[in-house]
Design a protein around this ligand. Sequence first.
Ligand code: ADP
Ligand code: MG
Length: 348
Amino acid sequence: MKEEKASSRTEIGTLGEFGLIERITSQHQTIHHSTIAGVGDDAAVLDNGDRYQLISTDLLLEGIHFDLMYHPLKHLGYKAVVVNLSDICAMNGKPTHITVSIGLSNRFSIEAVEEIYEGIYAACRQYDVDLIGGDTTSSRQGLVISVTAIGEVEKEEVVYRSGAKDGDLVCITGDLGAAYLGLQLLEREKQLYLDNPEIQPDLEEQSYVVGRQLKPEARTDIIDLFRKSNFRPTAMIDISDGLASEIFHICQASNCGVLLEEAMVPLRDESQLLALKFQLDPITTALSGGEDYELLFTAPITDLELLKRMPGIYIIGEIKNAAFGKKLLTTGGNHHDLKAQGWAHFEK
Ligand code: ADP
Ligand code: MG
């Protein structure tokens, strides 16, 4: 049996990240009544009493998710927490606890680890969450940080990726593309520095995009706003991989199509200008960039007036039936098929 397995080898790249997750999880049957939702959304949903408990985990690897040449350790600790809290928000919940596990090579000093934890504790204070445990191990190479976030939500308030309906509005909570552009800028400065260490990077003017990359925030404020406004989205996801990839997840889970309008997708002026400098189409940085950690959600058309009154909510399109497909109406008036080109960890 062993030999048989060894003789058939399939490259991970043939499935891609999401195909691989589907492959390794689709056969698993959950057995506990408390498991309301397992794999397939931003967080798992457990029924442990009055409220649902939400659990989400992410793994950050040096050289894949961050580069310590430009990622300050304190910011890295903060970001590692935030990206997980964002997944709790995506279920319409509020984070309460985290665990943090780290793998350290001997390149790291105690002071360096303390700096990472300064950032982790800053995030704990900012978002009112308790650090309740974790694991510490050595690593042959590079830094590994894994955070698990736990949160809660009233049972009737939980929002999945799967609730979008034909005719729903597609909304977003802030501007896109900046985090990706910040990364491009930091990569360029790194190259310039490596070519000539005398050159000091000048990122002052681009502090917005750099900040979006190095110090993202989780939109717990939006979850509070929804509660206060008596509003519940029909479907929701956070934008970690880019708008196109995330709307694909909603469409797949909800069995629907979508029409997004390029002109409605919010991009800051500085992002547009910087995109053009990098010879990128600005809309591409929003569709395929990622790491903006805004929330993408859908809402019934009957909530239009309510949504218009909510500060910082942008309506960017409409849910269609599955047969319509997934399309972008460009500023030039053409319909383009959307491509779910998110962050490709495993290149096809
Ligand atoms: P997100 O981008 O919101 O963090 P992911 O795309 O990482 O979500 O994961 C999608 C879903 O697949 C989640 O429900 C996650 O828990 C699950 N998942 C990812 N990797 C694995 C794995 N190796 N084993 C089991 N479940 C996984
Ligand atoms: Mg997510």
